[in-house]
Design a protein around this ligand. Structure first.
Ligand SMILES: Nc1ncnc2c1ncn2[C@@H]1O[C@H](COP(=O)(O)OP(=O)(O)OP(=O)(O)O)[C@@H](O)[C@H]1O
Ligand SMILES: [Mg+2]
Length: 182
């Protein structure tokens, strides 16, 4: 069974995964790269769609024991029996804005991506399919090294799930319009 790192775009999955892979001597399976290399991304009206059924099959052939699987699509393309632990990295939407601006995302794409982190869509979908195998970890305000240590701790103990509710934070800050208005 594999260790999996997932979460919203820009939370730091690949950055952390590279450190963890080195440390635990695992080889990274990058779901996005496999989807891209297999020609499974389709552009529909500017939005990238992926054939998850095909991706599931391709991944199943590639996965072995010593893998660290990374990608925001993980909850949709893996089966529970392939997963030892799935870590869902969470990061404040306020911090994600800076990551997306750095990536030169459009305002629309920024709202779409911060919105999905605020609503916790990936975390919700992951929990509904992988249940006790899911551990959420809030990486907000942590250095990359602190994040790495925390992930190592989670993997070795299988404990440390954090409750994350950005919606509550955003409402308290009176920022619903900032993230969700047109
Ligand atoms: N713990 C951290 N603290 C601060 N910045 C971080 C941390 N981890 C990653 N970053 C920065 O956040 C940005 C996004 O990280 P990264 O590209 O790893 O995200 P990702 O989750 O893999 O995104 P995607 O899903 O789009 O591939 C990078 O600029 C990275 O340097
Ligand atoms: Mg990445």
């Amino acid at each position: 069974m594999s260790i999996v790192i997932t979460g919203n775009p820009g939370v730091g999955k690949h950055t952390i995964a590279e450190k963890i892979a080195k440390r635990l001597e695992l080889s990274i399976i990058d779901i996005n790269k496999i989807a891209r290399d297999s020609g499974l991304f389709e552009e529909n009206e500017g939005v990238k769609d992926v054939d998850t059924e095909k991706l599931k099959k391709i991944l199943a052939q590639k996965i072995s024991e010593n893998n660290l699987i990374v990608g925001h699509l993980a909850p949709y393309v893996l089966e529970k029996n392939q997963v030892k632990i799935m870590i869902v990295l969470r990061r404040s939407p306020y911090d994600l804005i800076a990551v997306y601006k750095n990536r030169k995302y459009s305002e629309e794409k920024i709202k779409e991506n911060t919105g999905s982190e605020i609503l916790g869509i990936i975390a919700h979908d992951a929990i509904s399919r992988f249940e006790e195998k899911i551990v959420q970890m809030d990486i907000t305000g942590k250095t990359i090294q602190e994040g790495e240590e925390k992930v190592i701790g989670l993997i070795s103990s299988n404990e440390g799930n954090e409750k994350v509710d950005w919606l509550d934070v955003v409402i308290k800050n009176n920022d619903l319009r900032k993230f969700f208005a047109d």
